[in-house]
Ligand binder design. Structure first.
Ligand SMILES: *[C@@H]1O[C@H](CO)[C@@H](O)[C@H](O)[C@H]1NC(C)=O
Ligand SMILES: *[C@@H]1O[C@H](CO)[C@@H](O)[C@H](O)[C@H]1NC(C)=O
Ligand SMILES: *[C@@H]1O[C@H](CO)[C@@H](O)[C@H](O)[C@H]1NC(C)=O
Ligand SMILES: *[C@@H]1O[C@H](CO)[C@@H](O)[C@H](O)[C@H]1NC(C)=O
Length: 318
């Protein structure tokens, strides 16, 4: 009798369905002609009449609404409502859309029906949705997790629940409906990828015999930077504070061919720059050259250096 009543209403009135819930609240779902909800269809059937689509929906815990095509008799079950995804309700001739009439699980209330955000739950279930724990799968991993939603703001704490994609060397800061990743001190990058900032991770060059004013004494063996590991270096102490930017004569800095920077030092804003190092022999200031990187760290410079042949060395100065 009940089914007959419903089916008759469905077929003859064709635009509204009524359902009286246990607590006597009268609820009416209106079917929306010529529209269908796209991108949330999780099951599709061929059924002869709309009420059979309604039955199919009632058998699926995740069914939130359905689309029915009267012409081709296709039933599509959606795991969202048009309230959750208003942008996906699109014009579709000979279809109609209707929200599940009874027994609809609120979005995010069960793990089989996770939302992508607290805001989506609020949109789906209305402004009066209470704050609390809901099932979410924000990154679409297929694994729902319980997350606390502040429904007053529609916010969730991505940082606290470890669903952000901040780098291990980044701090995660919760913001309204999102989060921010900031590289920790000593690291640079966009927060999703943070690499060690060379201004805080460098090797030290401090030997007095590396200074450009030091004259290499023969026949003592000359030093050379042939065992250098490629990396960032800072001149400190007796070696000076930076590389000289004017020609250093040969047989200085404890070596034969003295290396000096043929170019200027960068500003902090310049970031990492490429520069030429000239190696002086007896007759010329640039018997050969190599390229290095230089960076201004505010109160000091660092140089990205690599190993040299004998007998060459990078010089320092004050
Ligand atoms: C909801 O439906 C969409 C579209 O078919 C699908 O990609 C998604 O996995 C479904 N979500 C769940 C929780 O089943
Ligand atoms: C956070 O998630 C990452 C990968 O998603 C995982 O490797 C890590 O162990 C998680 N941390 C905590 C505290 O759950
Ligand atoms: C990152 O978090 C730590 C510990 O909470 C804090 O000391 C540090 O200042 C933060 N760094 C940045 C760049 O926000
Ligand atoms: C230094 O570089 C400039 C510009 O590249 C070049 O003209 C000059 O000859 C170089 N200095 C020496 C000593 O080779």
């Amino acid at each position: 009798m009940y089914w007959l009543f419903r089916n008759l209403r469905f077929l003859f009135l064709a635009s509204t369905m009524e359902f009286v819930t246990a607590n006597d609240q009268c609820r009416t779902e209106v079917n929306i002609q010529g529209m269908a909800l796209k991108r949330s269809v999780f099951r599709r059937w061929s059924v002869a009449a709309p009420h059979l689509c309604d039955v199919k929906c009632g058998q699926e815990i995740a069914c939130q609404s359905y689309n029915y095509n009267r012409k081709y008799q296709i039933c599509e079950l959606n795991n969202r409502t048009k309230e959750a995804r208003p942008e996906n309700l699109l014009s579709a001739p000979s279809w109609f859309y209707i929200r599940r009439l009874n027994g609809r699980a609120p979005l995010g209330s069960i793990p089989e029906l996770p939302a992508i955000s607290c805001l989506e739950i609020k949109a789906s279930e209305g402004k009066k949705t209470i704050s609390g724990k809901y099932w979410l799968d924000p990154t679409g991993t297929g694994k729902a997790i319980l997350i606390n939603c502040d429904m007053a703001s529609g916010d969730m704490d991505e940082c606290k629940y470890n669903i952000s994609d901040c780098h291990v060397n980044a701090n995660c800061t919760n913001t309204y409906s999102s989060y921010k990743c900031t590289c920790k001190a000593g690291y640079t990058g966009d927060g999703h990828s943070c690499s060690a900032d060379p201004c805080y991770h460098y090797h030290i060059l401090s030997d007095a015999n590396r200074k450009s004013s030091y004259t290499t004494s023969h026949p003592d063996p000359a030093f050379c930077d042939s065992s250098f590991l490629e990396g960032w270096y800072r001149f400190v102490g007796a070696a000076g504070t930076k590389m000289p930017t004017t020609r250093v004569p040969a047989y200085r800095c404890g070596t034969d061919w003295s290396g000096w920077l043929n170019g200027t030092h960068p500003t902090v804003e310049d970031g990492k720059v490429r520069r030429t190092v000239c190696f002086s022999d007896r007759s010329t200031g640039c018997t050969y050259t190599t390229y290095i990187s230089v960076k201004n760290c505010g109160s000091y410079f660092i140089y990205k250096l690599f190993q040299l042949n004998c007998n060459s060395r990078y010089c320092g100065t004050d």
